[in-house]
Design a protein. Sequence first.
Lengths: 368, 67
Amino acid sequence: MGITVAYSTQGSVEAAVHELRGVLSASTTRMVIFFASSAYDPYQISARMHRAFAPATVIGSTTAGEIVSGHMLKNSVVAMALTSEVIQDVKVEVIEHLSEGIAVERAFSGFQTHFKTSMQAMNPDEYVGLVLVDGLSRAEEKLMDRIGDLTNIFFVGGSAGDDLHFSETYVFAEGNAYTNAAIVGVLCPAVEFRVVKTQSFCTLPKTLIATKVNEAHREVLEFNHRPAVQVYAEAVDCPVDEVPQHFFEHPVGLVADGEIFVRSPQQTQETSMVFYCNVLEGMELSLLKSTDILRDTRKALEDVHRELGTISGLINFNCILRTLELEQKGRISEYGKLFADIPMIGFSTYGEEYLGHINQTATMLVFK
Amino acid sequence: MAGEIKQMIDRIIEQRSQGNPALVSSTRIKLVMKGINPDKFNQDSANDPVILAKLQTLVQELGLTIP
């Protein structure tokens, strides 16, 4: 088996890691990826996972809920072991101190030295990137923008969570736990792979142009040269004081090359709107309307299954807002069951990464 | 002469993608994420100096050479 997954709901770090080690004990394991509830001590779990699976490369993050084949979990840890039959080579770098600047170049220099090829020249059909980033850093847009400048390979990943405490999130690499940091990894898979992005929205014929923004605070002050809240309220046809009730069903989206990149409103602040990711001044956004997460995810899985013929493993970065919507609708277990026959791990994220930072989306790395 | 923005965008996409359709798409999306929507410019678009300067900076950041 090239890819195996396991989970533990044991309350102590020691017991949880012991349980995972018992299931994932392949001597040829090349890499282990794990996602852990913030209920576990981040430093302890990273150190113990590293020791348990050495000499494999071990990375991970904290979550706002964990996902494993067939199940949506809380207060657990999920892990995936990938053998050298699946991963030929992997190199991981840590980018620290995100709030002081995004030093992607140093990390990329490490990749170039390791793989003996420049990041610009890397073939996106042969290499893929993983990114796990502090979900409270507000640095994701700049990080993904710079990564996108420096390479053509696709980086997919998610923003770490902390079970909706919004206090501290952590990313893990090689036995250490980091906050205000990102883990970036370049994988050279030995099997075919695909990156999947799925969101459950359609565009409505209503356009909102961000004409005044505060980028640093992810805040839109004006749409169409008028107070943002007022324009949004008119677009969704509701009184201004009821605007937040429509955020789940009606986020806005950047439409690029026929693809929707969701920007989710977080809250109103007087007449402005704060989002979970950046909206740049001048950006033209479409009002979106939610569709069926289960139906759309099932279709995305069927499409990639048809394309690859088989799926040996899948890593799912699923937005916490999607998880909350599924919980509200009582459909959370149905979502987990979509992946029942696939070796899969994932987590509920504070943001998803793929060509940029996005919301209310699931990004996935799928192996044949 | 109008249309310099479209010309520059086309060259960025061409150089960056080297004809690979998947990279043409991803480069276009990256541009939109940066606030430059390729579909909004054509041969008749005015040469907005702010956008041209933004594209010049981008060319440098991408390590491209566009005359």
